[in-house]
Ligand binder design. Structure first.
Ligand SMILES: [Zn+2]
Length: 276
C-alpha cells in the first residue's frame, strides 16, 4: 500500500470509528456508557478509542486517544483526555487475537437477562448466525477479583481482562458479561458494529419467543410436538451459512446506518470524509 493510500485508510478509519460510535448509540446498543475501539492499521500494537465521553458526543479527532495494546496506557499521556476505566477489555482482546481489529463493549439491557440466569443466548434468526448454536459464553467476574480489586464489576486491569479475551477462541465473536453486558469483536469496525446491533436484536427476539412459548404452554395452546421443539433455533449449518451471508453484505446496512446518523443533528462527525 502506498503511503498516500495508507494515510487515506487511517483517515477513513477515524471517520468510520466516529460513525460507528454514533450508530451504536442510535440503535441503543450504547447509551452514555460503553465503547467502540479499533486496532491502528499501521501500528498493530496500538489501538484507538475515544476519551471518556458518551459515544454519541464523539465528534472530532481531538476526542480520540491512542493506547498501547501491552498495558492499555495512552501512547501520549494527556491529563485533559481522561480514559475509560474498562480499556483492558480492548487491550487484552487485541493482545490475544491478532486478527481482531475492532471491539464493541455494551451494557445492552436486552442482553443482561442471558448473563444472570444460565439461559443460553443462541442464534434465533438469520441475521445473528454469528452467535452460534451452543450458547454464547458468559464471563463471570465474581470468580476473578484480585485481593485489592474493587468489586464494582468493571474490567479495570489486565488480570480481569485476560480471561474475558480468552473467550474469543474457536471463532467465537461475542461474550456475555454477568450482570454487566457483552463484548463483540470483528476484523472490521463495520462488522463489530453489525454484530453488536444484531446481538441485541437476537436477545430481544429470543426473550419475546420464550415468554410467548411459556404463555402458550401454560394455556395448553401447543401440541405435544410443538412443546417438545420449544424454540426452534438455527442449526449449525444454518448458523454458518447465514454468518457468511451477513459478512459479505455488511456494507448495505452500514451505508444506511451512516445516512441515519448523518441525518440527525445530535451526531457530529468532523473527521475527513475520505474516498479510498
Ligand atoms: Zn462496561
Amino acid at each position: 500500500m502506498a503511503d498516500a493510500s495508507v494515510t487515506a485508510h487511517l483517515r477513513s478509519l477515524y471517520r468510520k470509528f466516529i460513525d460507528g460510535s454514533h450508530i451504536l448509540h442510535h440503535h441503543r446498543v450504547l447509551d452514555a456508557y460503553g465503547h467502540l475501539s479499533f486496532r491502528h492499521p499501521l501500528k498493530p500494537d496500538v489501538f484507538v478509542m475515544s476519551r471518556s465521553i458518551a459515544p454519541a458526543l464523539i465528534s472530532s479527532l481531538d476526542d480520540l486517544v491512542e493506547y498501547r495494546v501491552s498495558d492499555a496506557e495512552p501512547v501520549s499521556p494527556n491529563p485533559l483526555k481522561k480514559g475509560f476505566a474498562e480499556r483492558h477489555i480492548h487491550s487484552e482482546i487485541y493482545k490475544q487475537h491478532k486478527h481482531i481489529n475492532a471491539v464493541v463493549h455494551s451494557h445492552s439491557s436486552a442482553v443482561i437477562p442471558y448473563t444472570i440466569t444460565g439461559v443460553p443466548l443462541r442464534a434465533c434468526y438469520h441475521m445473528a448466525g454469528f452467535l452460534g448454536t451452543e450458547g454464547v459464553p458468559v464471563y463471570n467476574i465474581s470468580q476473578l477479583y484480585g485481593r485489592d480489586d474493587t468489586h464494582d464489576m468493571l474490567v479495570r486491569n489486565e488480570d480481569l481482562g485476560a480471561p474475558l479475551a480468552s473467550l474469543f477462541e474457536d471463532g467465537n465473536v461475542v461474550a456475555l458479561m454477568r450482570g454487566h453486558g457483552f463484548t463483540a469483536v470483528a476484523e472490521s469496525i463495520e462488522s463489530a458494529v453489525f454484530r453488536a446491533i444484531y446481538t441485541q436484536k437476537n436477545a430481544a427476539i429470543q426473550s419475546a419467543t420464550m415468554g410467548m412459548l411459556a404463555a402458550a404452554t401454560s394455556i395448553g395452546d401447543l401440541t405435544q410436538e410443538e412443546e417438545d421443539i420449544g424454540v426452534w433455533y438455527l442449526s449449525e449449518e444454518e448458523a454458518r451459512a447465514t454468518t457468511a451471508l451477513t459478512e459479505w453484505s455488511v456494507q448495505r446496512p452500514w451505508m444506511l446506518w451512516v445516512k441515519e446518523v448523518e441525518a440527525s443533528e445530535l451526531y457530529v462527525n468532523s473527521a475527513d470524509c475520505v474516498h479510498e
